[in-house]
Write a protein that binds this ligand. Structure first.
Ligand code: NAD
Length: 428
């Protein structure tokens, strides 16, 4: 969501301009890629439970589809803005391109606050969104997914409306559906596991054995939980995690120097990824302040909670021992902090590469849904590992060979791929 001083789209365009310069892109390609191809604004009238009619504002942005159908979530948020949706759609284009899946970038949203809406009202917003967009989305041109404050239930309502309008079954219209109703096995694990598949490759490159490493993680939600599970399986030791405490309205860190145990913590965690402090104390965890995760003497930091967490004001707290930052969250590092990380030679696995396991598995869901044939979990996770490993290798090779920063290398690869596809199609 945009704030007064921060415009996400401006930031996305600045990042693009920098890489366009490195790639010496021609003017037409720059003009094409720094703006979305298409942008839809519409109104969704809803008969509310109290008998009144309320009109909600909806968006869909299709940034680029040169590599394949657009892909990206639909967010419900009271402070949603078109500029945030535009930025996120552009980032989706780069994320799909960096892992080499044949999809473009899209994003959508509705300005609303689900906290103040009944399930019936939310269902009507979902159906209204699809009624406005049905002509311009679908398995062959734009495939939505859940995002902030939308869930598998919202996706099913949207799918149902789409199928009613089209008069046929189109399970590949949308992803994030429950397993058994068109969802893919492995989707829950995909983002966290994907982070660790790229981390494993980074460790290999740095000649470090995972079993000789320790990590500290911000967050204990979907991404962090499965990252911890896979990292521990590789032999690594997580000593600290951080989460948000809803009652106290602040974050706390939970540290156990002998190593936290996923199974033990998951048993005392609520569905929002909040850990029970009293019970954690009873299990021998030290309860520290919310920033403690970043100042641990570990080899690896994994911000996996939210954006804007590694900043110039706290980067000084990062231990000299830290060798790798694997960005599980979207946008955890500010551009100013990024410069310092680069100078300090910390190896960064940038967010849109590290956390691309989620969209990769959504792509698998789309493929399975289009075939109406569903794979075993091992098959899904095996394919995920293959794609994440190949994507990491391509980025790290370029970074090494051209002596550029990992984040820049990832951008160079994805923007080059999309620019080339636009050229090959004869668009520019
Ligand atoms: P989640 O809601 O499941 O978990 C978020 C975790 O962060 C929770 O443990 C919460 O307590 C903690 N948290 C919230 N505010 C905090 C704060 N101020 N300080 C410390 N901890 C805090 O979310 P998630 O799905 O795990 O997503 C985490 C990040 O990863 C987000 O940036 C999201 O955009 C990104 N991401 C998620 C996916 C996915 O598939 N889930 C895919 C790509 C990117």
């Amino acid at each position: 969501m945009a704030t007064k001083n921060f415009n996400a789209f401006q930031m996305a365009q600045d990042q693009f301009d920098k890489v366009a310069e490195i790639l010496s892109l021609d003017e037409a390609t720059r003009q094409l890629l720094r703006e979305p191809l298409r942008e839809y604004h519409f109104s969704i009238p809803v008969k509310m439970d109290d008998g009144s009619t309320k009109v909600f504002k909806g968006f869909r942005v299709q940034h680029n589809d040169a590599l394949g159908p657009c892909k990206g979530g639909i967010r419900f948020h009271p402070l949603e803005t078109i500029d945030t949706v535009k930025a996120l759609s552009m980032w989706m284009t780069w994320k799909c391109a960096v892992v080499g899946i044949p999809l473009g970038g899209g994003k959508g949203g509705v300005i609303c606050d689900p906290h103040n809406l009944s399930m019936r009202e939310q269902e009507l917003i979902c159906r209204g969104w699809v009624r406005q967009m049905a002509k311009d989305v679908g398995p062959l041109n734009d495939v939505p997914a859940p995002d902030v404050m939308t869930s598998a239930q919202h996706m099913l309502w949207m799918l149902d409306e789409f199928e009613v309008i089209k008069g046929s079954k189109y399970p590949g219209f949308i992803t994030g559906k429950p397993v058994g109703l068109g969802g893919s096995l492995g989707r829950t694990e995909a983002t966290g596991y994907g982070v660790i598949f790229t981390l494993r490759e980074a460790l290999k490159q740095l000649n470090i054995r995972p079993e000789d490493t320790t990590a500290s993680i911000q967050g204990f939600g979907n991404v962090a939980q499965f990252a911890i599970q896979m990292y521990t399986r590789l032999g690594g030791k997580v000593i600290c995690v951080t989460c948000w405490d809803q009652t106290e309205q602040k974050a706390f860190s939970f540290r156990k120097k002998s190593g936290i145990t996923y199974e033990e913590l998951i048993g005392i965690t609520d569905r929002f990824g909040g850990i029970n402090k009293e019970k954690a104390k009873g299990l021998g965890y030290e309860i520290l302040d919310g920033e403690a995760w970043i100042e641990q003497d570990v080899d690896i930091l994994i911000p996996a909670a939210l954006e804007n967490q590694v900043r110039v004001d706290n980067i000084i707290k990062i231990s000299d021992k830290v060798k790798i930052i694997a960005e599980g969250a979207n946008g955890p590092t500010t551009p100013e902090a990024d410069k310092i990380i680069k100078e300090n030679n910390i190896f960064v696995i940038p967010d849109f590469l590290a956390n691309a396991g989620g969209v990769t598995c959504s792509y698998f869901e789309q493929v399975q849904s289009n075939m109406n044939y569903y794979w075993e979990k091992d098959e899904v996770l095996g394919k995920l590992d293959y794609i994440m490993t190949a994507a990491f290798s391509a980025v790290s090779e370029l970074a090494k060979n051209s002596n550029i920063y990992m984040r820049d290398a990832a951008y160079v690869i994805s923007i080059r791929r999309v620019a080339q596809a636009c050229k090959d199609r004869g668009w520019v």
